[in-house]
Ligand binder design. Structure first.
Ligand code: PSU
Ligand code: MN
Length: 303
């Protein structure tokens, strides 16, 4: 199945120009309106300014779109109750003519169908705290193990169990590459206290590693863990009590399944009075810039 490419994305594909895929669950479930659509536009602008073409991905009325018009993006951002589509949900949504935003896992699947190598986001899903009881492990991790897209993220949020997340990524054979430092970054904070398994310091090296995986026949992508800029980070100790409160509430209210991550993100936003959102926006823009650089290097290698 070929997705519906926007005219801009189709032209870039034809000319072999660099493209960066973008998810939409961050828009519909990760940030409040109108900051969600403002951020999505700013991310697209950042990618264009860095010399690549943005490709926001979503399912609209049963069609898998790669590259959204401004009106489509705005529609998703304004609508309450848009479905959140991971690997498990994608085909049902398409087959029933539904509309939904794509998570990291579903965005990787769509990007791969469209021949796009690089994808920028904020944070990936991972192993939730208490997973030994709940078994709540995001499908994003297994996707990184099987779909050949490099995902630029600011590491994993402290709402997750970061040591377990790194273990599961290792099990799935996912290269976890910290950019420019040894520590695995923790989303709002530059360091997690855990060493990343791998380190690369520039887009060219990350691009060569991506292309090499394909050459040696490895399925799966890379997790490129890009630390939040220093000026925008929130110290881990400021967030720890907020995260604990949000998690206690989720447990007390019996929040389960795909509702867990959006619930925690929303409560942390409220409890930090928006400070978490400002950091989130800054790191997404930072990831978009790096992803554009990696996409450029990959398209140069493929010429
Ligand atoms: N983490 C964030 N912001 C997000 C998400 C995760 O900091 O918006 C979204 C992404 O779309 C990710 C999804 O793929 O949540 C993971 O959801 P789950 O844990 O239900 O797999
Ligand atoms: Mn989950």
């Amino acid at each position: 199945m070929t997705p519906e490419l926007s005219p801009e994305v189709a032209a870039a594909r034809r000319d072999g120009r660099p493209i960066v895929a973008l998810e939409t669950t961050i828009v519909t479930h990760g940030m409040p309106f109108p900051r969600n659509v403002e951020t999505a536009r700013a991310v697209e602008r950042t990618i264009r300014d860095a010399g690549a073409v943005p490709a926001s991905i979503a399912v609209i009325a049963g069609t898998l779109h790669v590259g959204l018009s401004d009106a489509q993006l705005d529609g998703l951002a304004r609508t309450e109750g848009v479905a959140k589509l991971s690997r498990a949900d994608l085909a049902v949504c398409l087959a029933t003519g539904g509309t939904g935003a794509t998570t990291v896992a579903a965005t990787m699947i769509a990007a791969n169908l469209a021949g796009i190598d690089v994808f920028a986001t904020g944070g990936i899903g991972g192993v939730h705290r208490g997973a030994e009881e709940t078994f709540d492990i995001s499908a994003d991790l297994a996707e990184l193990g099987q779909t050949p897209v490099s995902v630029v993220a600011a590491g994993a949020k402290a709402i997750l169990d970061i040591p377990k997340t790194l273990e599961v990524l290792e099990t799935h054979g996912v290269p976890v590459i910290a950019v420019g430092q040894d520590s695995f970054p923790a989303f709002w904070s530059r360091v997690s206290g855990l060493r990343a398994p791998l380190r690369l310091d520039d887009p060219a090296g990350i691009a060569r590693a991506h292309v090499m995986r394909g050459r040696i026949g490895l399925s799966g992508g890379q997790l490129v863990a890009n630390p939040i800029p220093e000026a925008d980070e929130i110290p881990a100790e400021d967030l720890a009590p907020v995260i604990a409160t949000a998690q206690d509430e989720a447990r007390a209210q019996g929040i389960l399944g795909k509702d867990v991550t959006p619930f925690l993100l929303q409560r942390i936003f409220e409890l930090t009075e928006g400070r978490s959102l400002e950091a989130n926006i800054a790191l997404v823009l930072n990831n978009a810039r790096l992803a554009a650089g990696i996409a450029q290097q990959i398209s140069a290698l493929r010429r």
